[in-house]
Design a protein around this ligand. Structure first.
Ligand code: SF4
Length: 202
């Protein structure tokens, strides 16, 4: 199975076309939102491991899970040296979202850690830069089921090698790939209709 990056889950939730453009067509462009996110992650990633109050804070942790076909780098893993428990922590530029995609991405990180360590990961945390707030996330059975469902959808999309057509909407204004995607132009494209007429399929 082709391993997919953990980040593809977020990209898919934002827009399946964006996910396919980035992960199948290797398209990338930055905008001010991605630049802010990069700056935040650089601050986090450059930190060395440290131990405070019996917790070891491990940054920039590389993970790979064959069972789930996932690979990626975790912002931080907190290792409780007394209980041995592990807790993934993900840093986000913005604020909590109306959908549970951040929780799903964090849960996917936990699935990777579980496969690699053989431990059960019961909770993690999301830290939001805009609200400067940490949110605890419990990895319930329903969140794990939602997460595996999304992983399957993303794998199906990326393995299909098909880039879906754009669905122009408000999210396009925040998309760093808007110049590459050209959603408005694509929607005005009459060539499929023209070729269908030409070959008598219309
Ligand atoms: S511009 Fe819109 S349709 Fe195109 S990839 Fe970005 S979000 Fe998706």
């Amino acid at each position: 199975m082709r391993p997919i990056p953990l980040s593809a889950l977020q990209h898919h939730a934002f827009c399946p076309r964006q996910c396919a453009l980035i992960h199948n067509e290797q398209a990338w462009a930055d905008n001010f939102l991605t630049a802010q996110g990069n700056a935040l992650h650089e601050r986090v990633d450059n930190g060395e491991p440290e131990i405070r109050k019996g917790i070891r804070f491990e940054r920039n942790v590389h993970v790979c899970a064959e069972k789930w076909g996932l690979t990626g780098i975790l912002d931080m893993v907190e290792h409780d040296l007394h209980s041995g428990s592990l807790k993934p922590v993900e840093y986000k530029r913005g604020k909590p979202k109306p959908t549970p995609i951040d929780e799903i991405q964090l849960c996917a990180q936990a699935l990777c850690l579980e496969e690699m360590t053989g431990k059960t990961i019961t909770e993690g945390a999301l830290w939001y830069g805009q609200t400067r707030h940490r949110v605890c996330v419990a990895f319930s059975d329903s969140l794990k089921a939602q997460t595996t469902e999304i992983i399957t959808q993303v794998q199906q999309l990326l393995n299909s090698q098909h880039t879906p057509p754009p669905q122009y909407g408000k999210h396009c204004k925040a998309c760093s790939l808007v110049e590459i995607c050209q959603p408005k132009l694509f929607n005005q494209d009459r060539s499929p209709h023209y070729t269908a007429q030409l070959f008598g399929e219309d």
